[in-house]
Design a protein around this ligand. Structure first.
Ligand code: IMP
Ligand code: MG
Length: 187
């Protein structure tokens, strides 16, 4: 789906598909170098990270295994509290594995911090993070991803995996919604 398909809901495009592709290709090159000669397990956080994980893995020049985890974080409205539970666990034993967590966006960072700690607790040999987008203004943790994504302002965005009420995930770039979309939903 393209911006023009949902033009009436979109305020403006924030990140173009070309910018997304360039970032993912840059990170894929770095990851392929860093993990050369080692096994890497990409762990995607469902559902938002699916687009990024697919694109990243295809842009890599080394073998990558893949697994997925679904997390729910409880908090008020749109912000997470840091209380995280696993809705769906990995099917892989991460003991001794080099894990690269792939996420859509870092907002407070609480969800990722929890997941990184959990993977370490399970005995992963290494745990690194790539989140495609990052909102530094909203961080509540000291999480510093090894693979830095695209820094965006403190705005709620949709597209390339990111949703509002499960919509717009299949938009092929990233945009800011019109305020009327939220007020429609509230009625
Ligand atoms: P955190 O624990 O606060 O970092 O929560 C991160 C999660 O919140 C992401 O994986 C997204 O699912 C969701 N999220 C944060 N910001 C946005 C946004 O701007 N649009 C859509 N989802 C978001
Ligand atoms: Mg998410």
């Amino acid at each position: 789906m393209k911006i023009s398909d949902v033009a009436e809901d979109i305020d403006r495009e924030l990140v173009t598909r070309a910018q997304i592709d360039a970032k993912i290709e840059e990170v894929a090159r770095q990851v392929s170098q860093d993990y050369a000669g080692r096994d890497v397990l990409l762990v995607g956080v469902l559902k938002g990270a699916v687009n990024t994980l697919v694109a990243l893995s295809q842009a890599m020049s080394i073998n990558a295994q893949m697994d997925f985890v679904s997390l729910s974080s409880y908090g008020s409205g749109t912000s997470s509290s840091g209380t995280v539970t696993m809705r769906q666990d990995l099917s892989t034993d991460v003991r001794g594995r080099n894990v690269l967590v792939v996420e859509d966006i870092i907002d407070s960072g609480l969800t990722l911090e929890w997941l990184v700690n959990e993977l370490r607790r399970r005995g992963a040999a290494s745990v690194e993070v790539f989140a495609l987008f990052d909102k530094p203004a909203r961080h509540k943790t000291e999480l510093h991803p090894k693979y830095q994504g695209i820094v965006i302002p403190d705005e709620f965005v949709v597209g390339f995996g990111l949703d509002y009420a499960e919509k717009y995930r299949n938009l092929d770039s990233v945009a800011i919604l019109k305020p009327s979309v939220y007020s429609k939903e509230a009625k």
